[in-house]
Design a protein around this ligand. Structure first.
Ligand SMILES: NC(=O)c1ccc[n+]([C@@H]2O[C@H](COP(=O)([O-])OP(=O)(O)OC[C@H]3O[C@@H](n4cnc5c(N)ncnc54)[C@H](OP(=O)(O)O)[C@@H]3O)[C@@H](O)[C@H]2O)c1
Length: 245
C-alpha cells in the first residue's frame, strides 16, 4: 500500500522541500500548480529519490474547474490520500489599498480557493477513514497589522476553516494540521526588508514532519513565533493600533 500526497502550490520552495522528503519515503506524489516546467523538474527529482509515482496536475485557486480533475486521480490509489496546501499570495498592502480589486485574488489564493478544494476532497478522505491534511497559514493571520492585513485576514480565515475541518474530519480518523510560519526565505519574501527570526524552507518542512509525527493540531515554525504571537495578541488594542510592526 502506497500513501499519496496531493501537493497544492507545488512550485513553492517549501512545497518542493516537502516533496523531496515524501519522495524519499516512497510515497506517491500529485504535484499541483500553474507552472508545469517547474513542477516537471520537481517530479523528475522526486522520481530519482524513490517516489512510488509522480503525477503533475493543473491547479489554479482562481479556476475551480481545475479541482475535480485532481480528485479524479485518487480513486485507484491503494493507501491513504493526504493533502498539503502551500498555496498563497501576498500582494503589497499598499497596492491593495490603492486598488481594492486586488483583494479578491489574495483571498482566493490564500483562503477560499484552497478551502473549496479541501471541501471537495474531505468526503473522499472520510470514506478512506484516514490520512492527513497540512494547511499552511501564517503568523500574519493571528492579528491584523498595518503591513499586510488583507493577506493576514485571508490566512486567519483559512486557519479558522482548518480548525473546523479538523473538528469534522477527526471523527473519521483524518488528521488536519495547521502550520503557521513566521518569515521564510522564499520567493514570497524576496526583496522585502530583512525580517527577524527568518527560517528556511527546509526548517519549515522539518517542523511539519515533526508535527505530523506527533499529531499536532497547530504548529508555529520556527517555534519561537508561538511566543512572539502570544505576546503580540496580548497587546491592548489602543496601544496596538499605534504600533508599526
Ligand atoms: N515566505 C514566508 O515568509 C511565508 C510566511 C508565512 C506563510 N507563508 C505561506 O507559505 C506558503 C508557501 O509560500 P512561499 O513562501 O513558498 O512563497 P511562494 O513561492 O510565493 O509560494 C506560493 C505558492 O502559491 C502558489 N499560488 C499563488 N497563487 C496561486 C493560484 N491562484 N493558483 C495556484 N497556485 C497559486 C504559487 O504558485 P506559482 O508559482 O504558480 O505562483 C506558489 O506555488 C504560502 O501559503 C504562504 O502564504 C509564507
Amino acid at each position: 500500500m502506497t500513501d499519496t500526497w496531493i501537493i497544492l502550490g507545488a512550485t513553492s520552495a517549501i512545497a518542493r522541500a516537502f516533496a523531496r522528503t515524501q519522495a524519499q519515503s516512497g510515497c506517491g506524489l500529485i504535484l499541483c500548480g500553474r507552472d508545469f516546467t517547474d513542477m516537471e523538474a520537481t517530479a523528475a527529482d522526486a522520481r530519482a529519490r524513490g517516489a512510488a509515482f509522480v503525477e503533475v496536475a493543473a491547479f489554479d485557486a482562481r479556476q475551480p474547474e481545475t479541482f475535480a480533475p485532481i480528485l479524479a486521480l485518487t480513486p485507484g490509489l491503494s493507501g491513504m490520500v493526504n493533502c498539503a496546501v502551500f498555496v498563497g499570495s501576498m500582494p503589497e498592502q499598499g497596492e491593495m489599498d490603492a486598488d481594492p480589486a486586488l483583494i479578491e485574488g489574495c483571498v482566493t489564493d490564500s483562503y477560499t480557493g484552497p478551502a473549496r478544494f479541501l471541501t471537495m476532497l474531505a468526503p473522499l478522505m472520510e470514506q478512506r477513514g484516514g490520512g492527513a491534511i497540512v494547511g499552511v497559514g501564517s503568523v500574519a493571520g493571528d492579528r491584523g497589522r498595518l503591513g499586510n492585513y488583507v493577506y493576514g485576514s485571508a490566512k486567519a480565515g483559512f486557519a479558522t476553516y482548518l480548525s473546523g475541518l479538523r473538528n469534522r474530519l477527526a471523527r473519521s480518523g483524518v488528521h488536519v494540521m495547521t502550520v503557521k510560519p513566521g518569515p521564510v526565505d522564499t520567493a514570497m519574501t524576496w526583496g522585502l526588508p530583512s525580517m527577524p527570526f527568518m527560517t528556511s524552507p527546509a526548517g519549515v518542512v522539518a517542523d511539519i514532519l515533526k508535527g505530523l509525527k506527533k499529531q499536532r493540531n497547530v504548529i508555529y515554525t520556527s517555534g519561537i513565533w508561538r511566543i512572539i504571537m502570544t505576546v503580540i495578541r496580548l497587546v491592548p488594542e489602543p496601544i496596538f493600533k499605534k504600533m508599526k510592526i
